[in-house]
Design a protein around this ligand. Structure first.
Ligand code: NAP
Length: 248
């Protein structure tokens, strides 16, 4: 599976799952735009790792929740690279809390980053992808968007919203050679899950048939398939990468 000559934009590519996706797509031959919001050091480290292995990459700072920043960034990327072939909506945050205690700000921040962020980026690349009659959009949702989770109503709503967004846009863009799919990871070992206490992590593991958290590479491998030429007839679908904890 080669991505030679393709330009890929990975939101939240500086750390965790996004970083692994960047490394994987670069290894397949794509030039990778590593997006980040607050950690230039991490983004530059991802770019450096890609370059060390002979790949092409550049870091671009923008907040996916900010419509104007996204529009300006995609415009600049189109000027700098001439095209965008692949968009991976990976940037995401959590602001957990039980519904009775959840602050409006925690709701808004999660919806704005996770759901509106995906909308902003998809909207910005849709016209150029339609024009070039080829495109791959992959959004990283979550098992929580399918199964729900106490203490994560905002996150579950955003991730479930991404499911409807993905399926709708898949129908809109299918006739133009643009596929739109999602990955629903279970619990993956990253900064996000390092916030969980050891006790919670052990409880989660006990509910996973494979008895372990997933790795960032497990998710990146699924993205690699969906953005490939081989996946041309797959659209509006979700790959669950979760060790068997939820079978959707
Ligand atoms: P992470 O380690 O916390 O990294 C988050 C990434 O998103 C960072 O690169 C961060 O950039 C970026 N980001 C955050 N807000 C942003 C914004 N407003 N604009 C642009 N970039 C932003 O997260 P992760 O665990 O790798 O998760 C990646 C995705 O997978 C998320 O969508 C998450 O919901 C989803 N997911 C994760 C798990 C899991 O178990 N870890 C499970 C299911 C789904 P900076 O470095 O600049 O802060």
């Amino acid at each position: 599976m080669t991505l030679d000559g393709k330009i890929a934009v990975v939101t939240g590519g500086s750390r965790g799952i996004g970083r692994a996706i960047c490394l994987r797509l670069a290894r397949m031959g794509a030039t990778v735009v590593v997006n980040y919001v607050s950690r230039p050091d991490a983004a530059e480290a991802t770019v450096a790792s890609i370059k060390e292995t002979g790949g092409n990459a550049a870091a671009y700072q923008f907040d996916v929740a900010d419509t104007e920043q996204v529009q300006a960034a995609i415009k600049k990327i189109l000027t700098d690279f001439g095209r965008v072939d692949i968009l991976v909506n990976n940037a995401g945050i959590t602001r957990d809390g039980l519904i009775a205690m959840m602050k409006e700000q925690a709701w808004d921040e999660v919806i704005d980053t996770n759901l509106k962020g995906a909308f902003n980026c998809i909207k910005a690349v849709s016209r150029p992808m339609m024009k070039q009659r080829w495109g791959r959009i992959v959004s990283i949702t979550s098992v929580i968007g399918f199964a729900g989770n106490a203490g994560q109503a905002n996150y579950a709503a955003a991730k479930a919203g991404m499911v409807g967004l993905t399926r709708s846009v898949a129908k809109e863009l299918a006739s133009r050679g643009v596929t739109v799919n999602g990955i629903a990871p279970g619990y993956i070992d990253t900064d996000m899950t390092k916030e969980l206490s050891e006790e919670v992590t052990e409880k989660i593991k006990a509910e996973i048939p494979m008895n372990s958290l997933g790795t960032v590479e497990d998710v990146a491998a699924a993205v690699a398939y969906l953005v490939s030429e081989e996946a041309r007839y797959v659209t509006g679908q979700f790959i669950h990468v979760n060790g068997g904890m939820f079978m959707g």
